[in-house]
Design a binder for this molecule. Structure first.
Ligand code: 2M8
Length: 271
């Protein structure tokens, strides 16, 4: 088994960002040597803080599949090509943040209306919009690749998508924000690359079963690229774009629902 998981609204509660209920099963996963790989919209700074708290030490994917961070010291597979940055081998798939910022400006111009991205917002404004603490909001603003922006209210989504694509970018929708992503970035491609890297570490002939957990449209790309997709509902149920694809729906919102769904998978795949 390899487990890929989104964070906000999936492993972390959508409002309070609580994860306590998931800690026991995270420990079981670790004991069983099952990789748990965060695949998130969050920045490297945010993920580093979180994984330290929950005890994950393996690779992680940031900013909607813009980069794969692989700790070189504990890496279980042959390191792929990439740049070294601090303790990590980094496989960058996205474009750098200044490009995303410039892209957002150009798209706003094309649409003839202002678009507000994280780069236009103060730490306090990000806190108000997300409920993050000041420290966490500061880390959320430490973007390296993508620009989250407020979804424009009076622009039809097709018009926004067309403007974004005309500038060579993609837009994905998260829990609260739209995200401008560039280059070859994507949660699906990042998952695919990681599976290829892990393959040689599994005993010959053993099938790798990949599990993915997500809750928002930006997770579709990841969920389409795993064997077992699990959708986390919010307080009003699962997101309509994820609910009619034949994917399993966790019995409760995060983090309790994450723990229940993962425990169920673990029971199906005993040691
Ligand atoms: C943003 O991401 C979420 C993910 O679904 C969203 O779109 O609502 C990101 O900017 C992330 O960095 C940040 O931590 C999060 C906080 O709610 O919002």
């Amino acid at each position: 088994l390899i487990l890929f998981t989104d964070l906000d609204g999936t492993l972390l509660n959508g409002e309070s960002y609580a994860y306590d209920a998931a800690l026991p099963v995270l420990q079981t996963l670790q004991q069983r040597g099952i990789p748990v790989i965060p695949v998130t919209s969050k920045t490297r700074a945010e993920v580093e803080t979180l994984i330290l708290q929950i005890g994950l030490t393996g690779p992680f994917v940031t900013e909607n599949g813009s980069a794969i961070y692989i700790p070189r010291d504990t890496c279980p597979f042959a390191l792929p090509e990439g740049e070294d940055d601090g303790p990590y081998r980094v496989v960058a798939l996205g474009v750098i943040y200044v490009m995303a910022r410039a892209g957002l400006k150009a798209i706003a111009q094309e649409l003839g209306r202002p678009l507000k991205g994280f780069g236009d917002l103060s730490v306090e404004q990000v806190q108000q919009l997300t409920g993050l603490s000041a420290d966490d909001a500061h880390q959320a603003k430490m973007r390296e690749f993508t620009e989250p922006f407020l979804t424009p209210k009076n622009t039809p989504p097709e018009k926004l998508t067309a403007a974004v694509e005309s500038m060579g970018f993609k837009v994905v929708v998260g829990d609260r924000f739209s995200h401008l992503i560039g280059g070859a970035a994507g949660k699906g491609v990042a998952v695919h690359q990681l599976v290829e890297l892990y393959k040689p570490t599994f005993p010959a002939g053993e099938d790798i079963v990949t599990v993915g957990l997500g809750n928002s449209p930006n997770d579709i790309d990841m969920l389409e690229n795993v064997d077992r997709a699990i959708v986390l509902p919010g307080t009003d149920g699962p997101h309509p774009q994820l609910s009619d694809r034949g994917w399993a729906i966790a019995p409760q919102p995060a983090p309790e629902g994450w723990a229940m769904a993962v425990n169920q998978v673990l029971a199906e795949f005993p040691d």
